[in-house]
Ligand binder design. Sequence first.
Ligand code: FDA
Length: 417
Amino acid sequence: MNTILAQNRKSCGQLTEISEVFVVEQADVVIIGAGAAGLFCAAQAGQLGLNVLLVDNGKKPGRKILMSGGGRCNFTNMYADHTDYLSHNPHFCKSALARYTQWDFIELVSRHGIAYHEKTLGQLFCDDSAEDIVNLLVKECEQGKVDLRMRSEVLSVERNEQGFLVKLSTGNIQAKSLVIASGGLSMPGLGATPFGYKIAEQFGINLLPTRAGLVPVTLHKPLLEVLQTLSGVAVPVSVTAENGVSFKESLLFTHRGLSGPAILQISSYWQPGESITINLLPDLDLDAFLNTERAEHPNQSLKNTLARHLPKRLVESLQTLNKVPDVTLKQLSVSQQQQLTDALQQWQIQPNGTEGYRTAEVTLGGVDTKALSSKTMESAQVPGLYFIGEVVDVTGWLGGYNFQWAWSSAWACAQAL
Ligand code: FDA
């Protein structure tokens, strides 16, 4: 990397005093954040011949990748398209996702000889370890001769005639372009900071309110006390938010409330004060089942009948909550059967909140896409400044969609640098 000497001058009447002389390294581009988006963007830009400095304040690159997918990284989804993302502008992500698709990333994974499998619903996971994906990204960076600088704090960023002067705890860099890939607020324990939002603010770029997404929900006391006895029990359900969005996946009872893929998915669509509606038997015509059972076993208890389709402990808890009457099938009246069907198939629950950024997989909101080019991720008002990955107001569903956004937005940006 080239170095030059720079001066900070203070003007005082006719006299100009040189207050500071410092060494400045030069790069074509500085990328801040060596997570999924930053690593991939750096590799692509480096391989296109640019002189790239990739900076991160953590010890290791790709910390979230290492933790992802239960240690196996759900690195993309075979069915990813723009309809699987939340954004104030649902069209924004279309271009990048179409130009660098899941099939492009799958081809890269195959080229690196990484074995993978589909777990469910198009979700692709490494057979061995998420480390394979971090190694892939680091190797791609090496091929692009990227200067990867970990444990480096960004002290300040200034715009000047040549681009951006980035002052780091490890030195000063003058770059033509600056890419912000510092992610969102989810999991501060894995290095999340509001850095990207602060840079947006510094340059007058609009921010949309942020909130935790793909996160377990918590419950109010009386309901929680009954349901926390089920901690660890999982059931296949469908869950619907007030805006009608619905997911059919599994629900997990926890000691704080509800989790599991169905709940994580719906949490991104849930707003405080709203209810969610749970169908505990999404594949069953409950009326028809009860009528057949009543004809064949009239003296069978309702509880045991339901336990053929639901965990027994759940049925007992539903009885405690007065949702399942303590009767035999022949005692179950028409109105009771109707109430039971509503209770089990349209169970309305009002969460009292979420577990927040501490356990959230993603952050909704962030840098307003209206301020960015959907083709390049460049700020319209600050040429040379780019935002990629989770810091942008584009959030995917659970299932590999968020990494795909990181790859696609990073690739689109790298082509434009
Ligand atoms: P990311 O958060 O990956 O990287 C940001 C980087 O910036 C970090 O390395 C951080 O240290 C650095 N940084 C922050 N502030 C800085 C500062 N001030 N100075 C310097 N560096 C700074 N998605 C998916 O598709 N499949 C999955 O299996 C999972 N699983 C998963 C598990 C868990 C536990 C979490 C928390 C999240 C997931 N996700 C996921 C979501 C996915 O991890 C997330 O969407 C991407 O990592 C976002 O990539 P970015 O590069 O934008 O941010």
